[in-house]
Design a binder for this molecule. Structure first.
Ligand SMILES: Nc1ncnc2c1ncn2[C@@H]1O[C@H](COP(=O)(O)OP(=O)(O)OP(=O)(O)O)[C@@H](O)[C@H]1O
Ligand SMILES: [Mg+2]
Length: 303
C-alpha cells in the first residue's frame, strides 16, 4: 500500500503548442513545438506518481472516440493502470488546446462533453483500501465526493486538488478531504480573499482537514494548528508550468502514503513540480524520483 495512489477526475487529450507569446488579438501563430498527450489534472498526477516509481490507478470517464483511445494508450504507456476507466457510449472525450509561452505560462482552452454520464455508482469503491492514498480533482464532482468519502472511511488520506471550478463544487468537495490543496486562484474564488493567509484561514472554516495552497514559483503554504507554514519552490528556469500543480499533488499524495510529514511531503512535491517546469510538454516533463532526491540533496534537505 505505501507507494500507491488511486486518482480520480479529468481525462483529457491535450494538444500543447509552444509559442513565443500568447496572442491578445485575433491572429495566426506558428508554434516552435507541439505534443499531444493524455492528461488532465488527476490523470497527470497519476502519471507523475508512476514516473516517481509509485503505483497509480486512474478512475475517469472518456467517450468512445479516437481521443479516448489516444488518452488510454498514452496513460498506459506512462505506467498508469487504466483498466477501470469507463468508456461512455456515444459521448466525447474531453480535449484541450494549450499555448505555452516563452516564460512557461499557459493559455488553456478545455472542452468537456457536458453529457458525459456523471453517475459514480459503477466505481468499485471497496478497492480504495488497497491504496495508500486517494487523490481527486474537481472535474467530476460526484465521482470525487464518492472517492473522498470512501478513502476517509478506509482511513486513507483523501487529497483534493482544489483547482478552479464552480464555487459550489469547491464548497461541496473541500469538507470531504483530509487534505484540501488549493491553487491560489481557486482559494481566492472560494473565499473571496486576495491574500494567501486570509484565504487559508477562511478555507479552514469550511474544511475538516488540512488546508494548503500552491502558489506557482513561490511554492506551497499551509495552516498547521493555526500557524501559517511555507515551503519555497526551488528556483528554476521555467519553460512550461502546465501540469506543475498536478505533479505537485501526485508527489505530495505519494509521500503521504509513505507516512512522511506535511513539511517533508511539501518539500518533495515542490522539488518535483519545479523540475517539471524546466521541461516542455505538460506532465511529460514529470521527474523521476532520483532527480527529485538529487535536487533536495543539492539544497541540503532530507529526501
Ligand atoms: N515558475 C515556477 N518555478 C518553480 N516552481 C514552480 C513554478 N511554477 C509552479 N511551480 C511549482 O509547481 C507547484 C504548483 O504550481 P501552481 O501553483 O502554479 O499550480 P496550479 O495553479 O494548480 O497550476 P497547474 O495545475 O496548471 O499546474 C508550485 O507549488 C511550485 O512548487
Ligand atoms: Mg492545478
Amino acid at each position: 500500500m505505501p507507494g500507491s495512489v488511486l486518482c480520480l477526475g479529468a481525462a483529457v487529450l491535450d494538444t500543447i503548442f509552444r509559442v513565443e507569446a500568447i496572442p491578445t488579438v485575433p491572429t495566426k501563430v506558428l508554434p516552435s513545438d507541439c505534443v499531444q498527450v493524455g492528461q488532465g489534472m488527476a490523470s497527470a498526477a497519476a502519471a507523475a506518481v508512476a514516473r516517481l516509481g509509485g503505483r497509480a490507478r486512474i478512475w475517469a470517464r472518456v467517450g468512445d472516440d479516437a481521443a479516448g483511445r489516444h488518452y488510454l494508450a498514452d496513460m498506459q504507456a506512462a505506467g498508469v493502470d487504466v483498466s477501470q476507466v469507463r468508456r461512455v457510449a456515444g459521448r466525447r472525450t474531453a480535449i484541450s488546446t494549450i499555448l505555452v509561452d516563452k516564460a512557461g505560462q499557459c493559455l488553456v482552452v478545455p472542452y468537456y462533453d457536458p453529457a458525459l454520464d456523471p453517475d459514480p455508482s459503477w466505481l468499485p469503491l471497496g478497492e480504495v483500501a488497497g491504496f495508500g492514498a486517494a487523490l481527486a480533482d474537481t472535474r467530476w464532482p460526484d465521482g470525487a465526493a464518492a472517492l473522498l468519502r470512501a478513502a476517509r472511511a478506509a482511513g486513507r488520506p483523501a487529497v483534493l486538488d482544489a483547482d478552479i471550478a464552480p464555487v459550489e463544487v469547491l464548497a461541496r468537495l473541500v469538507p470531504l478531504a483530509t487534505h484540501a490543496l488549493f491553487s491560489q486562484a481557486a482559494l481566492a474564488l472560494l473565499t473571496g480573499c486576495d491574500g494567501i493567509e486570509a484565504g487559508l484561514r477562511a478555507a479552514a472554516g469550511r474544511a475538516t482537514g488540512l488546508v494548503g495552497t500552491t502558489a506557482g514559483g513561490r511554492g506551497f503554504y499551509w495552516l498547521d494548528g493555526g500557524a501559517l507554514r511555507h515551503v519555497p519552490a526551488p528556483r528554476v528556469a521555467a519553460v512550461d508550468t502546465l501540469a506543475a500543480g498536478d505533479v505537485f499533488h501526485g508527489a505530495f499524495a505519494l509521500l503521504l502514503t509513505e507516512g512522511r510529514t506535511i513539511a517533508a511531503s511539501a518539500r518533495f512535491a515542490c522539488a518535483a513540480a519545479s523540475l517539471k517546469c524546466t521541461r516542455f510538454g505538460g506532465r511529460l516533463g514529470a521527474p523521476r524520483r532520483a532527480e527529485v532526491e538529487a535536487m533536495l540533496a543539492r539544497a541540503g534537505q532530507e529526501p
